[in-house]
Design a protein around this ligand. Structure first.
Ligand code: GAL
Length: 671
């Protein structure tokens, strides 16, 4: 089991390193991540590398039984490099050159910067490739983490033109695909195509979407140049990158493609959230991170204390560090690495607290992490490689996400927000979910239900994939604004839902943005037969049912009585269409019925605030996690064949979880 912390030996006197390593060891730690911001120490001047201090730090850590993950330092190029090559500084949308003084002060398309990056990565790889305790690499740090878009410099502009040329082949094709005849934007040559800097009116949505794709591809390419070097010089060490969960700037499926596994940085309380993120949101982020490569992942930075820069968030309550650790493991983390070992006394992150306070003296948080490590020691190896065996998939698409960032329709409509509604319904029922790539190669046939909200951009290929899934017996749930556009962000000349019409058995001939008002829907709840009314908001597609059966109808205005939710039998399966954003209560009841029809069983029924998740090993051993995210004590009834292996123990079939209490159970099987 990998359990550890992010450590910055360069921040502390060398005389302290031994004590740190011993305290880590006493806390059960066996891995640290080092060096991802230490370029100025590793290459103090151009071309002169100094690994001696890092060698000594590694030696101390290794002598206490700790393995090493090395970060490549490309997020913090040193002052001498910027002084020598100011052209590598990034440029913001308004043309301001962003200066040195924080981090991320470089443009990733700049050939000069790419060369310096190659050099340092190569030097590190050559130096550490054969070190038996250097187990792997993290590329850069949180690629795409800049506040605004990445960069608008001339090099990026030229690269964007190359990217477009590669995609469209000719400027004529681009004109066609983008519809540049609108507002007289027809281009004669690539150089005329703008990048989306401020303009008096608004940019072409096709350009905006391609710009987002280009930026994502640029980061993937920047990472790839590091991967290539690491694979060449350090072929026996693995490579990962610390992603950021639901962060939306990069297509993480692309970024993860050539990594050995995904890592991510989990700050459930952030500093921006008063009460912390909703636990279901953190769960969704974990599931997305597992979904990127459909395999277990690492948490490379797990919140270990109160967080903040100029202002701070709440201090994690006793029990919460342990709870978040369990939640990560429950959703597929095979390793937990806390950020950071000790709170730094200087620099921008003085108040981003680590396990140890500024004084370096172990306190409450150290003790909680130490006991958590001790508890998990006996079980993490049992869980390694195991997956939740989810029967429900939720499709996640960065292209749709970006298209809705560009045109949200309703100011409060977001792609992630819409996914979260359906995710929450499953989470509340304790039904495991896998997050699926829309245009990936993986087949979906293993899932009983696929939820695919807001499939705004559509291709024949995507439609065929969903159709063959349903045809063969799956249940798909599609929502409003699906099949509206082509992949280049142009509205289709078919009425929505375009090439999904046959599958869904509907047409959309009218729609209504609920700006400043709401609608209602009425549903005759199957099995009960009683009529229930619910509020809906943001958007209403007005459905004309062709072959689909109407499940719910609108209740107000001129389209009262028209279908709002339909279901269509297609081949051996069913395709639902939810034409609006119903309140959570409706989603809950509807999902309960769909789940029941698909014969999917929840892991267990839990009181509100208690989450349950599952990991199943390849040999079929099942482990159940029970996690109380509230401050109050909660009670639940658990099956007889669940045997506690960590945390709270049941009395007969009753389990009492104290506030923030947790427990892992092994499911006993007959043989
Ligand atoms: C992460 C980042 C770390 C540190 C931490 C606290 O997002 O990777 O380097 O900055 O946040 O701000």
């Amino acid at each position: 089991m990998n359990f550890g912390c992010d450590y910055y030996p360069e921040h502390w006197p060398e005389a302290r390193w031994r004590m740190d390593a011993q305290l880590m060891k006493q806390a059960g730690m066996n891995v640290v991540r080092l060096a991802e911001f230490s370029w100025s120490r590793l290459e103090p001047c151009d071309g002169q590398f100094d690994f001696s201090w890092l060698d000594r730090a590694i030696e101390v850590l290794v002598s206490e039984g700790i393995s090493i993950v090395l970060g490549t330092p490309s997020a913090t190029p040193p002052a001498w490099l910027i002084e020598k090559h100011p052209e590598i500084l990034p440029v913001s949308a308004d043309g301001t050159i962003m200066g040195f003084g924080g981090r991320l002060h470089t443009c990733h398309s700049q050939p000069v910067y790419r060369n310096y990056t190659r050099e340092i990565v190569m030097a590190m790889a050559q130096h550490y490739a054969l070190h038996p305790q250097v187990i792997g690499w993290q590329t850069d740090n949180e690629l795409g983490t800049t506040l605004g878009d990445l960069c608008y410099c001339t090099s990026c502009r030229e690269k964007f033109h190359l990217w477009l040329k590669h995609k469209y082949g000719s400027i004529h094709a681009l004109n066609q695909e983008w519809g540049t005849i609108f507002w007289s934007q027809t281009y004669d040559k690539w150089e005329q195509v703008p990048i989306p800097t401020p303009v008096p009116a608004i940019h072409n949505p096709s350009l905006l979407l391609d710009w987002k794709r280009f930026q994502s591809d640029l980061e993937v390419e920047f990472q790839q140049l590091q991967i290539d070097i690491l694979r060449l010089f350090a072929p026996n060490q693995w490579i990962t990158h610390n992603m950021m969960g639901l962060h939306a700037k990069l297509n993480y499926f692309d970024l993860g493609r050539n990594l050995d596994f995904v890592s991510w940085d989990n700050y459930p309380m952030g500093f921006w959230l008063n009460q912390g993120a909703d636990p279901y949101n953190v769960a969704m982020a974990h599931d997305l991170m597992r979904g990127i490569k459909n395999k277990p992942f690492w948490v490379m930075e797990q919140q270990a204390g109160p967080a903040g820069w100029e202002t701070l968030g709440n201090t994690p309550r006793p029990g919460q560090l342990r709870l978040w650790t369990y939640q990560a493991a429950a959703h597929g983390a095979d390793a937990i690495v806390y950020f950071r070992w000790r709170s730094c006394r200087f620099g921008a992150e003085q108040y981003w607290h680590g396990i140890l306070p500024h004084s370096g003296n172990p306190g409450r948080r150290y003790e909680e992490i130490r006991t958590t490590g001790e508890e998990l020691q006996g079980v993490m190896h049992l869980l390694e490689g195991s997956m939740p065996n989810a029967e429900v998939g939720i499709v996640y698409s960065y292209d749709q996400l970006w298209a809705f960032q560009i045109q949200p329709h309703h100011p409060d409509l977001t792609y992630q927000g819409q996914l979260a509604i359906y995710y929450k319904a499953m989470y509340d029922m304790n039904i495991p979910v896998d997050m699926l790539e829309l245009n990936g190669d993986r087949e979906w046939f293993a899932y009983k239900i696929i939820v695919a909200p807001l499939l705004f951009l559509m291709t024949e290929g995507v439609a065929d994939k969903i159709k063959s899934y349903v045809q063969s017996g799956g249940t798909a749930l599609i929502t409003m604004r699906s099949g509206v556009k082509n992949w280049n962000n142009i509205v289709s000349d078919l009425e929505p839902p375009g090439c999904l019409a046959e599958l869904l058995g509907i047409k959309i001939l009218d729609y209504d943005c609920l700006l400043g008002n709401t609608q209602g829907i009425q549903w005759v709840v199957p099995n009960h037969g009683e009529k229930q009314n619910y509020e809906v908001k943001k958007w209403c597609d007005v459905i004309t049912a062709i072959t689909a059966k109407t499940e719910a109808v609108y209740t107000k205005d001129y389209y009262a009585g028209k279908p709002a939710v339909t279901v269509n039998q297609y081949g051996r399966g069913k395709a639902w269409y939810v034409a609006t954003e119903p309140e959570q209560d409706f989603i809950r009841v509807m999902m309960q019925i769909i789940v029941l029809q698909s014969k999917i069983l929840p892991i267990v029924t839990t009181p509100e605030g208690v989450e349950s998740a599952r990991r199943v090993t390849q040999e079929g051993k099942i482990y159940i996690f029970l996690m109380n995210h509230t401050k109050e004590q909660k009670q639940l009834v658990i099956p007889k064949e669940w045997k506690p292996i960590v945390g709270e123990r049941p009395q007969d079939d009753r389990l009492t979880l104290p506030g923030f209490g947790v427990s892992i159970m092994a499911v006993l099987t007959k043989n």
